[in-house]
Write a protein that binds this ligand. Structure first.
Ligand SMILES: Nc1ncnc2c1ncn2[C@@H]1O[C@H](COP(=O)(O)OP(=O)(O)O)[C@@H](O)[C@H]1O
Ligand SMILES: [Mg+2]
Length: 370
């Protein structure tokens, strides 16, 4: 079986040790401090949280994923579903169902995934002020057992029209839950900064910040080598260096590339650099439809900028070299295109540099020679 996992939470043997981060997260959870976990996409934030909780073995988790949350009704229902699903594990969901009867909660087994799924009446629209009573429900669970509340992709709460009100209501309740550690994870740094580091925000300095960057390189290389050796494959340092470079040090993308390499190699194979283009082709073959769908929504200027960034990097996109490469004369036009590409989540800014959210999309653009 392919030992490389990506696009999912990894734990136990699939979790490359990150002792310092785990020690910090576990320590803060034990002392019921609220934690802000920041890092780019696919660096392992969610896995870190769940691995810490698995090792602590003590808590029930209310896990609320706010990815692309649309409005307060959506926010409230996501929290309610998370609470119900936590309570289901302890068998007291029925009581909760009664108190939520207005929302007609129903529990069913999804025929496709086999997972239990909870649905709520879509015609009853919840307003931000419901947040208070929902958080009271969380407070009530804690009287019976230790819980941890995780708000993942928390920055997306800023999508709400009334996000200020929602944040204020959340904060006003959370501050009374002094025994419950709340964990806020987020992948878009400037938005998380707006919430936690802006003096006008109700969450200003309300959590201890932990930064999740790339995994320690030596440790990760040892981890990856040990996975390859499960199939008696050996991989040399230059190939590993190339993998880290193409995947731009992002753990999830490194694992995806290793997974593709595993698929096209066999028992006892000695892997060298010639494997990289073949592995990338496998990734492109699986993902090109998504890449093409991205291209469809772009203007000519935006596409030119993307190709320029793929070719010469995103450190100085307003430089004369870049202007010449993309053939757009006005820097303001380039700037506008870049802003749009960030909005579309194709690019992000990291330490002043414009980077591709998906490094394989970047190498595909070069491969296609667009
Ligand atoms: N500690 C780790 N060891 C090995 N791979 C990891 C680790 N953390 C993350 N990954 C890789 O990154 C992918 C994304 O992890 P995830 O926790 O979902 O990241 P995030 O929440 O930051 O987006 C995983 O599927 C896995 O491939
Ligand atoms: Mg995550």
């Amino acid at each position: 079986m392919n030992p490389f996992k990506y696009g999912q939470i990894v734990n136990e043997k699939d979790f490359c040790p990150r002792p310092n981060l785990l020690k910090n997260v576990e320590g803060f959870i034990k002392s019921a401090q609220n934690i802000l976990i920041q890092g780019e996409r696919r660096t392992g934030k969610t896995s870190l949280i769940f691995e810490a909780l698995r090792r602590l073995k003590k808590h029930h988790v209310v896990y609320v994923d706010l990815l692309e949350v649309k409005n307060s009704d959506d926010l409230c229902k996501r929290i309610i579903k998370a609470v119900i699903s936590t309570e289901r594990q302890s068998g007291v969901a029925e009581k909760l169902f009664k108190s939520l009867s207005r929302l007609r909660p129903t529990l069913s087994i999804d025929p496709i995934t086999g997972q239990p799924s909870i649905s709520l009446d879509a015609s009853v629209k919840l307003q931000p002020d419901s947040i208070e009573s929902i958080l009271d429900m969380i407070g009530a669970i804690d009287k019976r057992k230790a819980i941890v509340v995780v708000f993942d992709e928390f920055q997306d709460i800023l999508n709400l029209k009334d996000s200020k009100e929602a944040l204020a209501l959340l904060r006003s309740k959370i501050q009374f839950h002094s025994k419950i550690p709340y964990i806020f994870a987020g992948s878009i740094r400037n938005k998380m900064d707006d919430i936690f580091n802006h003096p006008d925000s109700s969450f200003f300095k309300s959590a201890i910040s932990i930064n999740v960057g790339p995994i320690d390189r030596e440790q990760f290389i040892a981890f990856l080598k040990s996975k390859f050796s499960l199939g008696k494959r050996s991989i040399n340092q230059p190939v590993l260096d190339l993998i880290f470079e193409i995947a731009e040090n992002i753990p999830g993308d490194i694992q995806q590339l290793c997974s593709a390499i595993w698929e096209i190699t066999s028992y006892q194979e000695i892997i060298d650099e010639s494997i990289i283009p073949k592995a990338l082709k496998l990734i492109y073959a699986r993902e090109f439809k998504g890449y093409e769908a991205i291209l469809v929504q772009l203007t000519a200027n935006q596409l030119n900028c993307l190709v320029g960034l793929a070719k010469i990097g995103g450190k100085a996109p307003l430089s004369s070299k870049f202007v010449k490469e993309v053939g757009i004369e006005l820097p303001a036009t380039i700037k506008k295109a870049l802003i749009r590409l960030i909005q579309l989540k194709i690019l992000y800014r990291y330490q002043g540099e414009y980077k591709f959210v998906n490094p394989f999309f970047k190498s595909w653009l070069l491969f296609k020679n667009l």
